[in-house]
Design a binder for this molecule. Structure first.
Ligand code: UDP
Ligand code: MG
Length: 311
């Protein structure tokens, strides 16, 4: 019998868990030919999430709870879950029922047809705010323009991955883990199915604008060095213009003599170039910071305890 692992990062999801497991159990009953394992990662919740999860894990053999020592963020929680999952296929899923569990059946049948990755694409994002949809579209467009890997738009972490794919992801050494990018980087035979994204079942989203902005920066700097390279071209461009201008000024001075005014243009040029240089240093700093953090080799997450009914 093949085992399917469902990996669920949970951060303050006390009210989502009961409806989530009701839906999941319905799906498990329908796919009776498989053994299911649910790996819940408690990512530093401050509500009753951990109590509820450990209660479930004490009763049911199919639930494993990984308790992280603090809030490490969704990307790290997912990594912890993937490491713990033992299934022949692994499906990461949000706890808030925005990823409909019924899709598991379709994913599994596609997997049985020989696809190693089954992506779930949100064909309709109307449950997301307009600002979120627009910023997401902008991010995918920009990211895919500059980065080496192409992240399929409107595809989240909800997907099925074969064991070979999960093993590759588990073997990646980086501690700053932008999962969408890592998933795309891994490759493998991929198929996409569409679904409708539901609104959150309970509780509220942990991702505000600032957090999403930082996630976007993380994604771009993790998979592209284009922001670093652009300064070389910009520098060449500005230097070339300066040379041309210098030539023009020399000729003009020889023909017409010196005219003193020019304070304003000088000032603008100095400010403009000063600003450009600061931005350039900032971008270099962004990458340097990431190299610095990565060079320490700290793990992406720390596990306090793993709860399992049978040992
Ligand atoms: N999550 C997490 N750690 C965090 C933030 C979120 O494990 O620091 C989990 C959360 O419990 C949920 C999933 O990540 O299962 C998606 O979070 P959310 O629904 O808040 O994001 P959204 O769907 O609004 O993008
Ligand atoms: Mg959500």
């Amino acid at each position: 019998m093949k085992t399917i692992s469902v990996v669920i990062p949970c951060h303050n999801e006390q009210d989502s868990l009961q409806p989530l497991f009701e839906r999941l159990d319905g799906v498990f009953a329908k796919a009776a030919g498989y053994r299911f394992e649910v790996v819940c990662v408690n990512d530093g919740s401050v509500d009753r999430t951990l109590d509820i999860l450990t209660g479930l894990a004490a009763e049911r053999a199919d639930i494993v709870v990984v308790d992280l020592s603090r809030n490490f963020g969704k990307e790290a929680a997912l990594s912890a879950g993937l490491k713990t999952a033992s299934g022949d296929a692994v499906i990461p899923m949000d706890a808030d029922l925005q990823d409909p569990p019924d899709l598991l059946i379709d994913m599994i049948s596609k997997w049985e047809q020989g696809h190693e990755v089954v992506l779930a694409r949100r064909s309709d994002r109307s449950s997301d705010a307009l600002s979120k949809r627009w910023s997401a579209r902008l991010f995918y467009r920009f990211h895919n323009q500059v980065a080496d890997v192409t992240i399929p738009p409107d595809v989240g972490d909800f997907r099925l991955m074969d064991r070979v794919v999960v093993d590759v992801l588990n073997g990646l050494p980086e501690s700053r883990r932008f999962m969408k990018g890592l998933f795309a980087w891994a490759g493998f035979r991929t198929v996409t199915i569409d679904y409708q994204r539901d609104p959150r079942a309970a509780g509220k989203s942990s991702f505000n604008g600032w957090r999403l902005w930082n996630l976007a920066l993380e994604g771009i700097t993790s998979f592209s060095t284009a922001p670093l390279r652009i300064w070389t071209y910009l520098g060449v461009f500005v230097a070339a213009i300066a040379m041309l201008w210098a030539g023009w000024i020399t000729i003009r001075t020889l023909v017409y003599g010196v005219d003193v005014p020019g304070y304003a243009s000088l000032f603008v040029a100095v400010l403009f170039l000063g600003g450009l240089q600061l931005i350039g240093i900032g971008v270099v700093g962004e990458y340097l910071g990431r190299t610095y953090i990565e060079s320490k080799g700290r793990p992406a997450y720390v596990i306090r305890k793993i709860f399992r009914r049978d040992g």
